[in-house]
Design a protein around this ligand. Structure first.
Ligand code: ADP
Ligand code: MG
Length: 240
């Protein structure tokens, strides 16, 4: 076991000549639940995509479990990402959607079956395995999307606003599910949201971003009770 799950060292990102991430340093403890929060356009997705390897860093270094992954492909980083749009394959059953990534990675059939079974039990979608995505509710689809991440047994889960397409009631129940998942799996989770309530209730550590910089990082309580500046106070303190 490594003490540090993810380390970001002076991460920068430019699109063309425009720098949008301005030197982020962050240490994320293994097994912790870290939430990146901040207004639209502050760089949450870009930062997460760089950790995932979906976006190259312009400068800086990314370490996952003590390994420098900065130049590795997404599939070699030990991560799995869940997006806001579920991106399920519409012509495949739930079972096939869950198994697809593992098949591509040439995982043994028995192992695939075992992992699909375990993941669908955890997510309570065992009864939906033969359905197609079009026959599922929004919440069920998002469970399948999370299931696709779980079957890969990643070291780190990356979530980019996974609940923002769901209605308010479902958002609350899925939020509770995700917290439960974190307790049961014990993985490092990095979760992006612009929703202050999600951040406050899910996080061990909140990272408040603004314009590509960290304004404050701390426990929900620290950030709430002792905001570093007026921006953080306004952002975390204000009701939605
Ligand atoms: P957030 O997820 O916090 O809403 P993003 O990471 O999507 O923010 O975007 C951060 C900034 O980077 C924004 O100014 C956005 O316009 C810019 N940006 C993101 N992706 C691209 C891209 N592919 N090309 C150019 N600019 C981009
Ligand atoms: Mg985003």
């Amino acid at each position: 076991m490594h003490e540090t799950g993810v380390v970001l060292t002076d991460i920068r990102k430019s699109f063309g000549s425009l720098e949008v991430i301005h030197g982020i340093d962050l240490r994320i403890a293994e097994g912790s639940f870290v939430v990146f929060v901040g207004p639209s356009g502050c760089g949450k997705s870009t930062l997460l995509r760089m950790i995932a390897g979906l976006e190259e860093v312009t400068d800086g270094e990314i370490e996952i479990k003590g390994r420098n992954v900065t130049d590795l492909d997404p599939s070699d980083r030990g991560i799995a990402m869940v997006f806001q749009s579920y991106a399920l394959y519409p012509h495949m059953s739930v079972r096939e959607n869950l198994a697809f990534g593992l098949k591509m990675a040439r995982t043994e059939t028995a192992e695939i079956e075992a992992r699909v079974k375990a993941a669908s039990a955890i997510l309570k979608i065992d009864h939906l395995l033969d359905r197609r995505p079009g026959q599922l509710s929004g919440g069920q689809r998002q469970r399948v999307a999370i299931g696709r991440a779980i079957v890969r047994k990643p070291d780190v889960f990356l979530f980019d606003e996974p609940l923002s397409n769901l209605d308010a009631e479902l958002r609350v129940s899925m939020r509770i599910e995700i917290a439960r998942l974190h307790r049961e799996l014990g993985n490092t989770m990095i979760y992006v949201t612009h929703d202050q309530t999600e951040a406050m209730t899910l996080a061990d550590k909140i990272v408040v971003l603004r314009d590509g910089r960290i304004e404050q990082a701390g426990t929900p309580r620290e950030v709430y009770e002792n905001p570093a500046n007026i921006f953080v106070a306004g952002f975390i303190g204000s009701p939605r």
